[in-house]
Write a protein that binds this ligand. Structure first.
Ligand SMILES: Cc1ncc(C[n+]2csc(CCOP(=O)(O)OP(=O)(O)O)c2C)c(N)n1
Ligand SMILES: [Mg+2]
Length: 305
């Protein structure tokens, strides 16, 4: 692209940004839950926002140079240090007297948050920075080819936890990320789902209206990594909540203050049957029961019924 073409693209993009600060034209897959959730979050935050983005799908598909889908100041950190970089951004805004005017969001995937970035996140929460950290959880390292993460569910087929004669997929339980963050006794921590957009936006607003460190864990189906129909993203997200595998809850200062009651609980079998990553469970009753037990325990622990 020459300079004239670049300037033309920039002015067209500026018009586009009047309505939203995260816009279409990026290269996310069809049905990507993460791209929809990121727009819902950015829409609540508005223009007075600075975003620090860990390496991962969202960073890659939204900022293909020389283009960007972000109409606000946006920083690409490393895979592991979004929370540390956001801490620095917040500290700079604080010492220059701008922290009341600008909100700071750090965001990353499940791998970037629950595994490699957990230390930086814990430090940010402990130090008390006025930052909202959003984890977009698609339950594997999707950008590099569907490797399991600490947030991959039990018995999921991934490229590093493949099914086989002696394997029913991922042998580990999903890490209790929300509980780990809430245990820092931060003012606000919540889980949300792209399947419930209004609930998600209410929680983001609540978090951004609260001073101090905040954390939101958002469940976002990934059609490619979950081997699911792109048109079913929202239905699958809702089923994860309805079966108890992804509870929607809120914490204040380390205590549960609200839970999203499920009503008619659906069996885990209804959730997994729409996803190729769980196809093997149709013929493996023991592995399916183990996953159902995880959901049952969530329902009991949080009183979801
Ligand atoms: C230190 C380091 N290790 C590995 C990578 C390679 N890498 C880039 S993105 C990524 C996966 C990201 O997974 P996740 O955080 O879950 O985000 P997703 O792509 O699933 O949205 C990996 C392993 C890297 N960039 N830096
Ligand atoms: Mg991921």
């Amino acid at each position: 692209m020459n300079n004239d073409e670049l300037n033309k693209t920039a002015s067209q993009t500026a018009e586009h940004f009047d309505e939203h600060c995260f816009v279409s034209g990026h290269t996310a897959c069809a049905g990507c839950g993460q791209s929809l959730a990121a727009r819902l979050v950015a829409d609540v935050a508005g223009k007075n926002l600075m975003v620090v983005n860990a390496t991962g799908c969202l960073e890659v598909f939204s900022t293909k140079a020389p283009e960007t889908a972000w109409g606000i100041p946006w920083v690409h950190s490393l895979f592991e240090n979004a929370a540390a970089v956001a801490s620095g951004v917040e500290a700079a805004l604080r010492v220059t007297g701008q922290i009341d005017k600008v909100r700071v969001i750090a965001q990353g995937g499940d791998g970037g948050t629950a595994d490699i970035g957990l230390q930086a996140l814990s430090g940010m929460l402990e130090r008390g920075h006025d930052v909202l950290y959003v984890c977009y959880d698609n339950e594997a390292y999707m950008n590099t080819g569907i490797q399991r993460s600490g947030l991959t569910p039990l018995n999921t087929n991934t490229t590093t936890s493949p099914i086989g004669s002696n394997s029913s997929g991922n042998p580990k339980f999903k890490k209790p990320l929300l509980e780990i963050c809430a245990a820092h006794k931060i003012p606000y921590a919540a889980s949300a789902s792209v399947g419930y957009p209004q609930d998600l936006q209410k929680k983001v607003k609540r978090a951004l209206d609260t001073r101090g460190p905040k954390f939101i864990h958002v469940h976002v189906p990934c059609p490619l990594g979950w081997a699911a129909e792109p048109s079913l993203t929202l239905e699958i997200a809702k089923l994860a909540v309805a079966c108890g595998l992804f509870p929607l809850v809120e914490y204040e200062y380390g205590k549960v203050t609200k839970v999203f009651k499920i009503g008619a609980v659906k069996p885990v079998a209804d959730y997994i049957k729409l996803q190729g990553r769980f196809k093997h469970l149709a013929k493996n009753q023991e592995a399916l029961s183990a996953l159902q037990k995880v959901a049952d325990q969530n329902i009991e622990y949080y009183g979801l019924k």
